[in-house]
Design a protein. Structure first.
Length: 328
């Protein structure tokens, strides 16, 4: 049976509220505003904001925002080992139950589609492959490189290899360790029925015009530079993490790293980072177009950015009130 809204929460507020949309659409500001309005706890659903070593460049909520309402699962992971969708899902469900027990609305905020679909739809029950299989996968990746590991996976588990890019080192290592540790490939495991959680969800999806996103992404990156993003990347790269660590692929890290090595100017690095962000935005928009995180009746689309400006915000939030509490 689906979990009911916590006691004391206004009638009609769903048990789990998802706030999502592409990068630079204003998700974090909207989640903060909704948490204030509905006594919510903001639960991070962004893969890069999980890591503690890159605060500025991953646009984590500020200290003031975190002090205003509870924010959880931000900056909780070391760079290695990388977080998985399964780890995040377990952690997010635990935080949802904690919010529920405290009489607060769980508000999941982020644009990592794989994480959100894992939460809402469930995951295949893949056993832990074990440390030996993990160590073997990492050793092969380091010794052979991703393309050669992909070729070896294609011989052992062709069905899974066919779904992966030869350059996707993290997923290739995961596929190898699952095949070696469980005797079945990822595709075979994913064919098993997933068990969704006993929660009901509503989703608010920001879908601003592309031109607004372009301008916002560029302005945000320049603001990050002014706030110290370059020094943050210098410190991160100086710690000697393995090159396949997911955080090293965060938007801006490869480009600012190139500048720090003297390979490009800061202006060129910023332009390249903004272009990479916009390519990601395009992929996000396409993904959201083909995936529903909640039933159509429980998904509210807003074709604008949330800016947090007072007059605009109240109109914006009143629209969401009518969606969440149509009978109020």
């Amino acid at each position: 049976m689906a979990v009911a809204p916590p006691a004391g929460i206004p009638a009609g507020i769903p048990a789990g509220l998802i706030v999502t949309g592409p990068t630079a659409s204003g998700k974090s500001a909207l989640a903060l505003a909704l948490a204030r309005r509905y006594a919510g706890t903001v639960i991070n659903a962004d893969a890069m904001q999980l890591y503690r070593d890159l605060h500025i460049l991953t646009a984590r909520p500020s200290a003031a925002d975190a002090a205003a309402v509870p924010h959880v699962l931000y900056g909780v992971r070391p760079v290695t080992p990388p977080a998985t969708a399964a780890w995040w899902r377990d952690a997010a469900l635990a935080e949802m139950h904690a919010a529920h027990a405290a009489g607060r609305v769980p508000i999941l905020c982020g644009g990592s589609g794989m994480y959100l679909t894992a939460l809402v739809g469930g995951l295949a029950p893949i056993p832990d492959p074990g440390p030996a299989a993990r160590a073997e996968a990492r050793a092969l990746l380091a010794a052979l490189g991703p393309a050669a590991l992909h070729a070896r996976l294609a011989e052992a588990d062709p069905a899974t290899a066919a779904t992966l890019r030869p350059s996707d080192s993290q997923r290739l290592a995961r596929a190898w360790e699952v095949w070696r540790g469980t005797g079945r490939g990822l595709v075979a495991w994913h064919a098993a029925p997933a068990v969704p959680p006993a929660w009901r969800f509503a989703a608010i999806r920001l879908d601003p015009p592309r031109a607004e996103l372009r301008d916002a992404a560029a302005a945000r990156f320049h603001a990050m530079l002014a706030d110290g993003a370059l020094e943050e990347v210098r410190a991160l790269l100086g710690r000697g993490f393995p090159p396949d660590a997911p955080l090293l692929r965060a938007h801006g890290v490869p480009e600012l790293g190139a500048h720090l090595r003297g390979a490009t100017s800061l202006d060129a690095a910023a332009a390249a980072a903004i272009a990479a962000t916009l390519r990601y935005v395009k992929r996000q928009v396409t993904w959201f177009r083909h995936h529903n995180l909640a039933p159509e009746a429980d998904t509210h689309m807003i074709h604008a950015r949330f800016t947090g400006q007072t007059q605009f915000s109240e109109s914006f939030l009143s629209q969401i009130d009518r969606f969440l509490r149509p009978s109020a």
